[in-house]
Ligand binder design. Structure first.
Ligand code: KG4
Ligand code: ZN
Length: 333
């Protein structure tokens, strides 16, 4: 079965063609980062307009790359939430029109389920159940993935997402958007010298606003004498420790011995390394998504859509003309 996947929840217009949820025939990502960089972050209105001008060209490029035609597509998977509402609407409206014109099913897909599915593209034989540590610009979740379409949230951030904290720390350190990779690059030149607050809850929740505020206060207090690279390194070390410690605690308590990393921050090399080491020490299995599938892309959406499709979560477009984007869509809905 061939799925055409569409992703437009934030600042990447992406279209992919994936066979049976695992084999990527094309994955085109048209990024808007250079446009939003000038503003220090994503401007929602500009993002929607760019998606609108890009989408038809990105679809054409994906079909050309896969050497396929519209008639070869069996169903369409589309991110319908969570994300920026105007941005999501472009993908959803396009997907609905295309499904209607081709008279093929539509599979509304959750963005975070897509991030988790990025691991199915990386590991051919990976199957649930497993724990997912989801770390992105909008989410920090520990999810018990019981089956391809059965998700139980074990813990989540009580305030900022970890990617959001990386982006805010980057801004304070004078680094451009998107901040995560920039903070990480600077951290490589520094040492772990600043003691920053770490949050510990009785359950498996996270919190990153305290550490973000601490970083801002240190930066303002030290001014010119600030060792930016040391602060970047201390921030990265502290947040990645918090993520890995909580994840391992949850795995131990819930007796889950397999974990996948997911979301944009899974491109962070320190986090990848720490999770790999911590799981190896306990004989747990650890799966890290291929770097090209860490940040937003439509291949991961097409993979997640495939499993929704197989599990009967697809719709005849004529029965689903009211499909809408949902900015704050919860996982499992
Ligand atoms: O998953 P994603 O592409 O978009 C959302 O769904 O939010 O994640 C984007 C986030 C941004 O906050 C970005 O700074 C962060 O992922 N990110 C990183 C790295 N690469 C991307 N954070 C830390 N280290 C990285 N190497
Ligand atoms: Zn994402």
């Amino acid at each position: 079965m061939i799925c055409l996947g569409i992703e437009s929840s934030c600042d990447e217009t992406s279209v992919a063609i994936v066979k049976n949820g695992r084999e990527v025939l094309a994955n085109v990502v048209s990024t808007q980062i250079p446009i939003h960089k000038k503003f220090g972050g994503v401007v929602p209105e500009i993002a929607s307009r760019k998606h609108l001008t890009n989408i038809a060209f990105v679809v054409k490029e994906a079909l050309d790359n896969a050497k396929l035609d519209f008639k070869d597509i069996d169903y369409i998977g589309v991110t319908y939430g969570p994300g920026l509402i105007g941005a999501l609407l472009v993908g959803v409206a396009y997907a609905k029109s295309l499904a209607y014109a081709l008279n093929i099913p539509i599979v509304p897909t959750h963005h975070i389920e897509g991030h988790i599915a990025a691991n199915y593209l990386t590991y051919e034989s990976l199957k649930p159940p497993f724990m997912a540590l989801v770390v992105s610009g909008g989410h920090t979740h520990l999810i018990n993935v019981k089956d391809y379409t059965d998700f139980e949230i074990i813990g989540k951030t009580r305030d900022d997402a970890v990617g959001e904290a990386f982006d805010k720390v980057a801004r304070v350190l004078g680094l451009p958007y998107p901040g995560g990779p920039e903070v990480s690059k600077l951290a490589r030149e520094g040492e772990f010298t600043y003691k920053l607050p770490k949050t510990k809850f009785d359950n498996y929740d996270f919190s990153f606003s305290g550490i973000k505020t601490a970083v801002i206060n240190i930066a303002h207090k030290e001014g010119e004498s600030l060792k930016r690279e040391d602060l970047a390194c201390s921030f990265e070390e502290t947040v990645t420790d918090e993520l890995v410690d909580t994840c391992i605690k949850a795995m131990k308590d819930l007796n889950i011995n397999k974990v996948v990393l997911a979301g944009g921050v899974s491109a962070n090399l320190v986090l990848r390394d720490k999770l790999l080491k911590a799981t190896k020490n306990r004989d747990y299995e650890c799966f890290l998504p291929d770097l090209k599938y860490c940040t937003d892309n439509a291949a991961m959406i097409a993979s997640a859509a495939h499993y929704n499709y197989v599990c009967g979560k697809s719709f005849d477009i004529k029965d689903k003309l009211d499909l809408n984007a949902i900015a704050n869509l919860k996982i499992g809905e």
